[in-house]
Design a protein around this ligand. Structure first.
Ligand code: ADE
Length: 242
C-alpha cells in the first residue's frame, strides 16, 4: 500500500531526550527492530543537552514560585525543536497530564508522516514552550514514570507495528483488542488437553461459523466483565449502527 508518508520517505520518529542512549532500546528488537533495520521506519534520538548554550550545559533550573525539583528551560527545548522538528509531523510532549493514548490516536499518528516526541525529566517543562510550540500532551496511563522516555517507547511500539509492511499478517491487526472496540477472545493451542484442562469443544469442531460466534461472545463477555467503560461505548455504538 502506498501512503502519503511514503512519498516523503519512511514514517519518522524524532525523540528529544536527555538520555538518547535509551533509544532504540526495546524498539531495536523483534518486529520493530527488523523494520527499523529494513528502513520501514526511521528513528532519530537527539540529546537535548546539545542545545544548551552555557558553559555547564544547563538544561534545567529551579521553579519560579519555589517548590521541589527542577524545570526544563524553554529556550533550550525550543532550540532542540527548531533544529530537529519537521513541519507536518506531530509534535508531542509525553506527560502524565496529557490526553490518554489510545488505539485511535495511534492509528491517527501512523497516518501522518511521523512524530517528534519531547521526553521530559525532573518536574516537567516550562509551560511557555509547550504553548508557543502548540505541543500535544500525551499520557500513557494514570501513573507517574521517572521520565518521558519509557512513555515514548510505548507510544512508538504501538505506532510502528501499524506502519505499512511492518506486521507480517495485516489481518491480525484488525481483530485485536481495541481495534474492534472489544477486548480479545481467549486463545488456545496444542496440547488439546493440558493438565486435565481441555480446550473449548467448539474450537476443535471445525465449524467456522460456530467458532466465529463463540469468539464474538467471549470477547463481549470479557469486555463486559473487565472494562465496563469500553463495554458501554461498544454497546452504544452497536445500538447506533443497528
Ligand atoms: N512521563 C511521566 N509519566 C508519564 C506518563 N504516565 N505518560 C507519559 N509521559 C509520562
Amino acid at each position: 500500500m502506498t501512503t502519503a508518508a511514503s512519498a516523503a520517505g519512511p514514517w519518522t520518529a524524532v525523540a528529544l531526550t536527555l538520555f538518547p542512549e535509551m533509544f532504540p532500546g526495546p524498539l531495536g528488537h523483534s518486529l520493530a527492530g527488523r523494520a527499523l533495520e529494513n528502513g520501514l521506519w526511521r528513528l532519530e534520538a537527539h540529546d537535548i543537552r546539545a542545545f544548551a548554550t552555557d558553559r555547564h550545559r544547563h538544561v534545567d533550573d529551579t521553579p519560579f514560585g519555589g517548590g521541589p525539583g527542577m524545570v526544563m528551560r524553554p529556550d533550550v527545548i525550543d532550540r532542540a525543536i527548531e533544529a530537529t522538528h519537521v513541519a507536518g509531523r506531530r509534535l508531542l510532549y509525553l506527560s502524565p497530564r496529557g490526553r490518554p493514548l489510545d488505539q485511535a490516536m495511534v492509528r491517527d499518528l501512523v497516518a501522518g508522516p511521523g512524530v517528534t516526541l519531547l521526553c521530559g525529566r525532573y518536574e516537567g517543562v516550562d509551560e511557555r514552550v509547550i504553548e508557543a510550540r502548540a505541543m500535544e500532551e500525551v499520557s500513557v496511563g494514570d501513573y507517574v514514570l521517572s521520565g518521558g522516555e519509557p512513555a515514548a517507547i510505548v507510544l512508538l511500539d504501538a505506532c510502528v507495528r501499524l506502519v505499512a509492511g511492518v506486521m507480517g499478517n495485516a489481518e491480525t491487526a484488525g481483530q485485536e483488542s481495541f481495534e474492534t472496540g472489544l477486548l480479545e477472545h481467549p486463545h488456545y493451542t496444542r496440547p488439546a488437553d493440558w493438565q486435565g484442562r481441555a480446550v473449548p469443544e467448539v474450537l476443535v469442531s471445525g465449524h467456522h461459523e460456530r467458532v466465529r460466534q463463540w469468539r464474538q461472545a467471549e470477547a463481549e463477555r470479557i469486555t463486559r466483565q473487565r472494562r465496563p467503560d469500553l463495554w458501554q461505548r461498544y454497546a452504544a455504538a452497536t445500538r447506533a449502527a443497528g
